[in-house]
Structure formats: C-alpha cells, structure tokens
Design a protein around this ligand. Structure first.
Ligand SMILES: C[S@@+](CC[C@H](N)C(=O)[O-])C[C@H]1O[C@@H](n2cnc3c(N)ncnc32)[C@H](O)[C@@H]1O
Length: 443
C-alpha cells in the first residue's frame, strides 16, 4: 500500500511538541532552526503548525482529560502527541472528525506502520469526536504543568493561579506600541484595533504581523501593554542620556528613542542585538548599540536615567509562550536572582546623583521583583523608591504598598489580559527631573 502524503503542518506541529515535551527545547529555538519538518514547511503551513503546537501546549491537560477515559494507559510519546493534537483539533477547533481522524491515523501509520497504534488512534479519536467537544466546552481552564504550578501556588495561592490559568488558556491578543503615540486613533482605525488605556493598540485577530499596515514603515512594534510600562516609568526623557542595560530585542529602546532620549542600548547577546539593530532600522529610530556584559560595563559619564529590564524566569509571559511552563524549573532561581542583583548594583553605580533607575522583570515571582528592590534599597543607603501612582494608563489595583507596579495575567480579563510584570522606580539621592540636581520630587 502506498504511504499517504502527510499533512506538513500537522507533522511539523508534532515535531515541535516532541521538541518541547521530550527534549525540553523552546519553540523559539526550534522554529529558528534551519532544518527539520518546521523549516521545510511553506510560510502558511508554518503559521498553522505553530498555532496547533501552541494550542496543544496551552491545553495539554485538558487534551489528556478528553483522551483519558478511552486509554487504558498512555501510549508512547509520539502516538500520545498525535492523539493530543487530534483531541485539540476536534474539541477546541471544532474541525470535521473525518479529516482529523484520517490525518491522525496517517501520522500514526508513518510513525509505526507495523504496530497497533494506527488502529488505536482511529478508535480513540472517533470516541473523542462524539462527546469531546461538549466536555471541552464545560471543562475548567487547563491546569499548568504540576512543578511549574506548584511554584506559582506557593506565592499566589490556588485561587489566583486558577485566574492565571484562565488567562493562559485564553491566549494573548497582539499589542502594538506606536512610534508616535499621538497617532493612536489613526492607526487603530487602519488596523481595526482598540486604543488601550496605556496608549498602545490591541488587535484580537491579527494574522501575519509583517503584512499589517504600518509594519514595513516602522510605525509600530509588537509589545505587550505591560511591557510598554517600564520605559514610561522613567518619566519624561527628552534629551536625557538613558542607558537601557538589558536592551535586546529592543522594544523599550525603541520607546525611549521615540520619546526623545539619547539611548545607549546594551545587551550581552550578539544574536539578540542583531534583532535590536533590525528593529531600529525598521522604525528609523537611533540608539548607540553596545554589546557587553552589563555586570562589568563602565561608562565615562554617568547616565541621567537607566532602565534595567533584567533577565528573569519570564513567568509573566506564559500566555505568549505556552512552552515555557514545560521548560522552566521554578525550584531554583538562584543564578537568575544573583544576576539581577548584580545588574541592579551596577546600574546604581552607572547612574548620576539625582537620576532615576527603573527595575523591571516579566516575572510573577517576588524573588525577581519586590524582594530584589527591597534588598537593593538595603544595600544602597540613600537610594529611594519613587511611587508609580501617577503612571498614565495604569490602574490603582496594580500598585503595591511600596509604589511599585505588580502586573498579573488575570488583570484586564475583560480586555484580553496583560502579561505579568514587576516594575519599580528608584532614585539616587538628590533626585530631581533631568537637568536639575536637587529636590526630592517624584513627578
Ligand atoms: C528581558 S530581556 C530584555 C528585553 C528588552 N528590554 C526589550 O524590551 O526588548 C533580558 C535581556 O538581558 C540580556 N542579558 C542577560 N544577561 C546580561 C548581562 N549580564 N548583561 C547584559 N545583558 C544581559 C539578555 O540577552 C536579554 O536580551
């Protein structure tokens, strides 16, 4: 019997799933790889493969719940993933059973023609097709993988984590930051977007980003609404010398440059700096770009302001990176927290007296947020926290007791959610607006 031609997008989705679940490789690394089933797909098939793989990862435990009653024991991983993909397509996407079951059986046959796996896949998915869609619709949000979930529950409690899981299951809209914020209404109209209270735009169903109006001319860049706040927390920066200490791929550098700062954009990663340069070129914005280790970087003149968007667990971005909960171990973050503390100390040293430092992480863990700032204040007498109570577009419930912003994926649920972030502003003794050396104002 001739081997049937496999659907390339489904085959690529399965390769991506195996990469995450068995080899602990991120989707970003896999999709950047020049070889393999994903690389061999046409662009439209790649986009579909990515949608399928991220959908299954987002809802993996619900997929397993749909399959569980029809399996005496989980089959080996390649066949299990074919079943999970089939369950997701049948139940979440509502695709026609005939096509889904057929494709899944072909994939199982290609995987292992001699075994009973194709027959098992056929039998199980036919049963899932009958009742699965109704069960799926009634199912609670899929739980995050157990070890990852445990780390979050320890900090936030079960109820809040269920809120995170609902946001994770719903996925993330596409948020854009405008080069010229005064054109928000114009671009919202052109793109069919809504203007967010933070000033950016939100699209619920974007399609291919590079095909959207304004992309080629650099009128906007992709940036979650939460991620747009740290740069704004520096306050007015027109003419100020600003160091973006962990800058790549550059969303916040672009904001600072667009706001009129003279930006030094520093990052340790060559590959990520290449993306930063591309982003500067596309938007026509300028910054001095430095590839260096922020822990040891020295500058002749101290900076008026510094943004430290530090490397972290990225737990706040799970809505956009559903592979992350399968890859990240939250039980020991000591390397990351030591790096964050070292970068914070270096940033304080590079700041001029009276300058402002914003520390941010896209983390949901206080060890990478509140605790880091408390420890930095203790290590640096005179350093003071500047409350962010007046940051336009932010909500009162986001403000912590000390005046930092603690953003969570379950906030803005009615608008489509928000990435998790921690943002705090610190002032060196003698804090004042740029160009003034005295006073203790917090404007
Ligand atoms: C959260 S990302 C920054 C995102 C960036 N601010 C943006 O808005 O696009 C953290 C960055 O820190 C960089 N990084 C990690 N360790 C570093 C170090 N020791 N010195 C400088 N950059 C570092 C990473 O390469 C990564 O690009």
């Amino acid at each position: 019997m001739a081997t049937p031609a496999l659907d390339p997008a489904r085959a690529a989705a399965l390769a991506l799933l195996a990469g995450v679940l068995s080899e602990r490789m991120s989707l970003a690394d896999q999709t950047a790889h020049p070889k393999g089933p994903f690389a061999e797909c046409a662009p439209a098939e790649r986009a579909r493969a990515q949608r399928l793989a991220t959908g299954v990862l987002r809802h993996l435990r619900t997929c397993d719940q749909m399959l569980g009653p029809h399996l005496r024991m989980p089959p080996y991983p390649a066949i299990h993933n074919i079943l999970r993909l089939g369950a997701y397509e049948l139940c979440a996407l509502g695709e026609a059973p005939h096509g889904v079951v057929h494709a899944a059986v072909d994939l199982a046959r290609a995987e292992d023609p001699q075994s009973r796996a194709p027959g098992l896949v056929n039998a199980v998915l036919r049963k899932v097709a009958d009742l699965g869609p109704a069960l799926w619709a009634a199912a609670p949000p899929a739980q995050l993988p157990k070890p990852f979930r445990k780390g979050l529950v320890k900090v936030w409690g079960n109820k809040t984590v269920i809120g995170f899981e609902a946001a994770h299951g719903a996925g993330a809209p596409l948020d854009l930051t405008l080069r010229d914020p005064s054109e928000a209404a114009l671009w919202a109209d052109r793109l069919g977007a809504v203007v967010l209270p933070t000033g950016g735009l939100r699209l619920s169903d974007a399609g291919q980003v590079s095909q959207l109006p304004g992309y080629a001319e650099g009128a906007w860049w992709v940036q979650d609404a939460a991620a747009s706040l740290p740069a704004r927390a520096l306050g007015p920066v027109v003419g100020a010398r600003v160091l973006d200490l962990c800058a790549a791929p550059g969303g916040k550098t672009l904001q600072l440059a667009a706001a009129g700062a003279q930006v030094t954009a520093l990052d340790i990663s060559d590959a990520r700096v290449a993306r930063l340069r591309e982003n500067l070129a596309r938007t026509g914005l300028a910054a001095e770009v430095v590839i260096a280790d922020g822990l040891t970087y020295a500058a002749e003149t101290p900076f008026d302001a510094i943004l430290l968007d530090a490397p972290c667990s990225a737990t706040g971005t799970i809505r956009r990176h559903p592979d992350l909960p399968f890859l990240r171990d939250l039980s020991d973050l000591s390397d990351l927290t030591a790096l964050q503390a070292g970068l914070l100390d270096r940033a304080v040293g590079l700041l001029r007296p009276g300058g402002r430092l914003v520390f941010a992480t896209c983390s949901l863990l206080p060890a990478e947020g509140e605790d880091q700032v408390a420890a930095a204040l203790a290590r640096h007498p005179g350093l003071a926290q500047v409350p962010l109570s007046d940051l336009a577009g932010s909500a009162a419930e986001w403000l912590t007791d000390t005046g930092a912003l603690r953003l969570r994926p379950d906030f803005w649920a009615e608008r489509g959610g928000l990435d998790g972030f921690f943002i705090a502003a610190l002032a060196k003794p003698g804090y004042a607006r740029f160009g003034h050396d005295s006073g203790s104002g917090t404007s």
